[in-house]
Design a protein around this ligand. Structure first.
Ligand SMILES: Nc1ncnc2c1ncn2[C@@H]1O[C@H](COP(=O)(O)OP(=O)(O)OP(=O)(O)O)[C@@H](O)[C@H]1O
Ligand SMILES: [Mg+2]
Length: 328
């Protein structure tokens, strides 16, 4: 419990640990936001609607004296049935600050989850080895192992948001990376029937970076494009050089991103995909990788329809100037 108290204490925004409708523990900012004195009421007396699913939400504050206030927040998994709730006044926090906070918390939670999941996998595998081959219990153990593995993959993905995998910085040709990553996912369900249109620069498009990280960004964008088109349409893959930068561009013929969501899609856990389909981490991880490389991601509307995600990185020859090297 101490760890939780320390964690809640460090958070500047309103934060609470809850179990269903019950508030288990809240921080100062939370008390202040709701004008709370002991004993604490339940969540449904404070917020409407009460968030139920993990992820981002918006809700109104219910306060005995103050007028209603529009709040934004995020509900994160904790242990068992417990959830960590973070709340802030709509647009009261700078966007970047909010991203940083959520990234840090997500990392800590993923770390907490990773160890017990590792234990479940280990004991699951030991049990499987000792079980007679003909035992009907194998099917249950296989399920346990499969689900724990899935949990671990999710925890690792979240961890990589705060600490992307490291590696040596190499000279990379974006033409080559884009082709390789496309080949890797071309047979993936959402891309199998999509027609690729190549618009690669005839010259190599060189920059310096951590290969696995840049590959990750490309994969995230390719999969998003496929998912947005629901498996049908055209995928334009382009590379080039402009001023002191190189870029690659992934354009789809899906519905595009509505203007109201343009900045939100880069926030961790923001997803419009059905429950269990998307974790909302792809773009936030990509954003953090590209910024660490001294680059930026642009989002543009495609005509007549679709989204263009363009990633700029410092060109190889300018890489050592200014923002060229990854910040740590
Ligand atoms: N090419 C695109 N066209 C339209 N909307 C997009 C596109 N790419 C991303 N989005 C929107 O941005 C949201 C966030 O994308 P992000 O990759 O971060 O998460 P996700 O794809 O929902 O889940 P995850 O990547 O973790 O599986 C998506 O849910 C979708 O609403
Ligand atoms: Mg995604």
């Amino acid at each position: 419990m101490r760890a939780v108290r320390d964690l809640l204490g460090q958070i500047k925004d309103a934060a609470a640990l809850c179990e269903e409708d019950r508030l288990v523990r809240v921080n100062q900012a939370f008390r202040r936001l709701f004008g709370l004195h002991n004993p604490s009421p339940s969540l449904s007396e404070l917020l409407a609607p009460v968030p139920e699913e993990i992820g981002r939400f918006e809700a109104r504050r219910i306060h005995p004296l103050e007028p209603p206030l529009l709040l934004e927040g995020v509900l994160l998994p904790w242990r068992g049935k417990r959830r960590l709730l973070l709340l802030w006044e709509r647009s009261s926090l700078e966007h970047q600050e909010k991203l940083d906070l959520m990234t840090r918390l997500a990392g800590e939670i993923a770390h907490e989850l990773n160890n017990p999941l590792g234990g479940i996998l280990l004991y699951g595998n030991l049990l499987k080895e000792d079980l007679p081959e003909e035992s009907p219990l194998h099917q249950y153990i296989d399920k346990i192992i499969k689900l724990a593995t899935r949990g671990r993959i999710i925890a690792k993905t979240i961890l990589s948001l705060a600490h992307p995998e490291e590696g040596p910085r190499e000279t990379l040709d974006l033409n080559v990376l884009l082709r390789e990553m496309y080949d890797l996912v071309a047979e993936y369900r959402v891309l199998r029937q999509v027609e690729p249109v190549w618009e690669l620069s005839p010259e190599p498009v060189l920059c310096r970076g951590i290969r696995s990280q840049i590959e990750r960004v490309i994969l995230n964008l390719l999969i998003n494009a496929g998912e947005a088109m629901e498996g049908r349409g055209k995928l334009f893959l382009k590379t080039g050089k402009r001023d002191r930068e190189v870029y690659f561009e992934i354009r789809d013929t899906g519905p595009g991103v509505p203007p109201s969501l343009r900045t939100r899609i880069f926030e961790p856990f923001f997803t419009t995909k059905k429950h269990g389909k998307g974790t909302g981490l792809g773009l936030s991880i990509s954003y953090s990788i590209v910024t660490r490389h001294g680059g930026r991601i642009e989002l543009e509307e495609a005509r007549p329809r679709g989204a263009i995600f363009r990633v700029h990185l410092p060109a190889l020859e300018y890489e050592n100037e200014g923002t060229g090297s990854p910040h740590r």
